[in-house]
Design a protein around this ligand. Structure first.
Ligand SMILES: C[C@@]1(CC(=O)O)C2=NC(=C\c3[nH]c(c(CCC(=O)O)c3CC(=O)O)Cc3[nH]c(c(CC(=O)O)c3CCC(=O)O)/C=C3\N/C(=C\2)[C@@H](CCC(=O)O)[C@]3(C)CC(=O)O)/[C@H]1CCC(=O)O
Ligand SMILES: NC(=O)c1ccc[n+]([C@@H]2O[C@H](COP(=O)([O-])OP(=O)(O)OC[C@H]3O[C@@H](n4cnc5c(N)ncnc54)[C@H](O)[C@@H]3O)[C@@H](O)[C@H]2O)c1
Length: 204
């Protein structure tokens, strides 16, 4: 299996989490801001999930897993503590669904990397199932590269400039030159950033 990293918008997609324990809780916390429609199928759920349920963050089906629970799922997270049930979930998945099997990654077709965000920047690390703890450790080290509290503002500057450049009347090669120039160290300076934004606004 050769997995490729993607960024995905789960807004309005149906995500079914089978199991309501420690791992289901971790995935729920990750998914609750995505706009996905989330269903948890599990006879019992952790206390942390019970409070999220009161906010209406997901629908809880308090029952043992059955194949029909995942019939219209876009994404399925397999997270019970029963290997046989986990296997049944994978076997019962509709062929269009993405499956994250938290017990055995290779049985599924999607895994969650360890990641951190700094404004518009997302850095994610996967060890292909070798060691999620190592992935976490690598990210902790990488995070120190972006400690500067101005970094988020710098990324917003790059984003705004890129939009201005794309929408400008500059020629194609001038646009490319400008996009490269944005990465010059001088733009770590706030004043220089402001000046460039003004220059680009004039090139509409
Ligand atoms: C990144 C992260 C994201 C997330 O879960 O959302 C994630 N695991 C995290 C933490 C973590 N997981 C485990 C420990 C205990 C120590 C250890 O084992 O190292 C810790 C450490 C901790 O909790 O601090 C145990 C563990 N994990 C898996 C198995 C089953 C197996 O491998 O067979 C077992 C053994 C279960 C058992 O038998 O007890 C499987 C998977 N875990 C993955 C992701 C996928 C591969 C990603 C990769 O390879 O990098 C994959 C394949 C499937 C998936 O879930 O997508 C999240 C870090 C969040 C962060 O960055 O803070
Ligand atoms: N991906 C990871 O990082 C990672 C880390 C640790 C464990 N795991 C795996 O995740 C799985 C769950 O671990 P956990 O610590 O969350 O377990 P847990 O014991 O905390 O929770 C298990 C949940 O499964 C539910 N369940 C049991 N039988 C069920 C059934 N027939 N139908 C529906 N729900 C059922 C239980 O009600 C419970 O809510 C295990 O298979 C484990 O190997 C993955």
């Amino acid at each position: 299996m050769s997995l490729i990293p993607v960024m995905v918008d789960l807004n309005r997609r149906h995500v079914v989490i089978v199991g309501g324990g420690k791992i289901a809780t971790r995935k729920m916390k990750l998914l609750k801001e995505t706009g996905a429609r989330i269903t948890i199928v599990s006879p019992s759920i952790e206390a942390a999930l019970q409070s999220l349920q009161k906010n209406g963050d997901f629908i809880w089906k308090p029952k043992q897993f059955e194949k029909q629970d995942i019939a219209d799922a876009d994404v399925i997270i397999v997270a019970t503590n029963d290997s046989e049930i986990n296997q049944q979930v994978v076997e019962g998945a509709p062929c269009h669904a993405l499956i994250n099997d938290t017990e055995d990654a290779e049985r599924g077709n999607m895994t969650f990397p360890s990641f951190f965000r700094k404004g518009r920047l997302t850095v994610s690390t996967s060890t292909g199932g070798a060691s999620p703890s190592l992935a976490k450790m690598i990210n902790q080290k990488l995070q120190t590269l972006f400690d500067d509290e101005q970094y988020e503002e710098y990324l917003d500057f790059l984003y705004d400039c890129r939009k201005l450049i794309k929408g400008s009347s500059l020629s194609k090669s001038e646009k490319i030159d400008f996009l490269r120039k944005l990465l010059d160290d001088e733009f770590k300076n706030k004043e220089k950033r402001r000046n460039l934004v003004e220059t680009l606004k004039a090139k509409k």
